[in-house]
Structures are given as structure tokens and as C-alpha cells.
Design a binder for this molecule. Structure first.
Ligand code: SF4
Length: 244
């Protein structure tokens, strides 16, 4: 098994693993499965295995995983679970691309939970999160206007986020910041975090686009109840390297 310096094991660089379960069973297309340091969310800093599904119908202007739009390796759900087990972290993130664009993402999340993993699901917020196994931790974007995809936000998803779920805004500029501030106020999202019906509001600057000091100042001036986060994996391994 090839393991690169960051501990990643890209599925696309390896042959199929030994059969696990029925090889004709339900499958997903997988861009990569690797372990790394979780770079974002309240789980940041923890060793985590990432299952990156192939394909996304959105095209965020600043997307940093466009390499996951096409290709990928066909793997059965059982094979995916076996690959994750082999990497040995207790924390797993199902991501993409957009994982929830694929029907079989829902059962594989349940299979990972049944196998004893803590499972995070990173989603764009453009697809219905309600059918997800309630034991999964949702990390859901609300797309700001600067992404070019804010018209895809499925606002009803806010009703399906609970005490273990997190809402993320990726901010490209002052316009995005003000949009986020308005949404937090209008939807009373700070109140939801305070009362415990939502775990956290995350603010991520678009890499190399936002002056970090300015963004910090805006947040402090407005006393926004948010968590400013950097993408730790990019600080460690650089902004363009896949599989970390
Ligand atoms: S939803 Fe995610 S994967 Fe899809 S284009 Fe936007 S950032 Fe990229």
C-alpha cells in the first residue's frame, strides 16, 4: 500500500482492495480515501479519515477540490468501509465534491456509524440533509454570494440542523461578510448556538483572498458569535496539495 508523506492513500492511485462483501453491491465513485489532520470545524486538529466522493453539480468560484469533479474509482460501500477501517482513525469525514448528490452516500454514512466511527458529513447545503442518519455530524455550508452559488442554498436545511451540527460560511470579501452577518441576525443563528440547538457557526476566509486581520476586526467590531477558522491542512502541507 502506497502511503505518501502526509499519510494519504489516494484511492485513485491504487488497485481495488481485496473484495469486501458483494462486489456487485451498491457503489460510489471515490476520488480518494486518506487520513490527515482535520483542518476545519470544531473537530480541527484531530486525526481523521476523509472519504472524498467524486462529483459535484455546483461550481463555487473558489472551489479547492475541482479535481473531484470527474473520474474517481468505483468502490462498493463495503469496500469503502473496509478501506476506512484499515486507516485506523476513529473520526471519519464523508466529503466531496458534494456527497449528498449521490443516493448511496446516505447508506454508507450509516454503515460507518454502525461500524463505530464518529462520522462528519461535509455538504454544500444545496441538497436535503434530512434523510441523513441522525447520528452523523453535519458540517453544512451556506454559500455566500461571492461563491457564485448562493442561489443553491436550500434554506429548509436549517430546520434539520441540530445540537451536534455546524454551519459554515466561506467568506471571499466584505460583501460576503455583510451577507453572512445579515443571515446570522435574520435567522437568529447566534441564539441557536447559545441555546445549544446548533453546535457552531464557522467562518472560513477564502485562501489568499481575504485580509485575515481585517476579517478578524470585522468579527470583533460586530461581536459576531462565530468561530474564525483557518484550514490547518493547508497551513501544514500548502494550499494546493490533494490527499491531505
Ligand atoms: S460545493 Fe464544494 S466541491 Fe462543489 S464546487 Fe462548491 S466548493 Fe467545490
Amino acid at each position: 500500500m502506497t502511503v505518501d508523506g502526509a499519510g494519504s492513500i489516494p484511492a485513485r492511485r491504487q488497485g481495488m482492495p481485496a473484495a469486501a462483501g458483494d462486489p456487485t453491491g451498491p457503489f460510489l465513485r471515490i476520488t480518494e480515501i486518506f487520513h490527515s489532520i482535520q483542518g476545519e470545524s470544531t473537530w480541527a486538529g484531530m486525526p481523521c479519515t476523509f472519504v472524498r466522493l467524486t462529483g459535484c453539480p455546483l461550481r463555487c468560484i473558489w472551489c479547492d477540490t475541482a479535481y473531484a469533479f470527474h473520474g474517481g474509482e468505483r468502490m462498493t460501500l463495503a469496500e469503502i468501509v473496509e478501506r476506512v477501517k484499515a486507516l485506523g482513525t476513529s473520526l471519519v469525514e464523508v466529503t466531496g465534491g458534494e456527497p449528498l448528490a449521490h443516493t448511496n452516500a446516505f447508506p454508507v454514512v450509516t454503515m460507518l456509524l454502525d461500524a463505530g466511527f464518529t462520522v462528519l458529513v461535509e455538504t454544500s447545503g444545496a441538497f436535503d440533509v434530512a434523510p441523513l442518519d441522525p447520528r452523523a455530524h453535519k458540517i453544512m455550508d451556506l454559500k455566500c454570494p461571492g461563491s457564485g452559488e448562493s442561489h443553491r442554498n436550500l434554506w429548509s436545511n436549517l430546520d434539520h440542523l441540530g445540537p451536534t451540527d455546524e454551519l459554515k460560511f466561506v467568506v471571499k470579501d466584505r460583501g460576503d461578510y455583510e451577507w453572512m452577518r445579515g443571515v446570522i441576525s435574520e435567522r437568529k443563528l447566534g441564539e441557536r448556538v447559545a441555546e445549544g440547538s446548533l453546535r457552531a457557526l464557522l467562518v472560513s476566509p477564502v485562501w489568499d483572498e481575504v485580509d485575515l486581520e481585517e476579517l478578524a476586526r470585522w468579527i470583533l467590531e460586530d461581536k459576531l458569535p462565530v468561530r474564525f477558522q483557518m484550514q490547518i491542512h493547508k497551513l501544514i502541507w500548502g494550499p494546493t496539495r490533494p490527499g491531505v
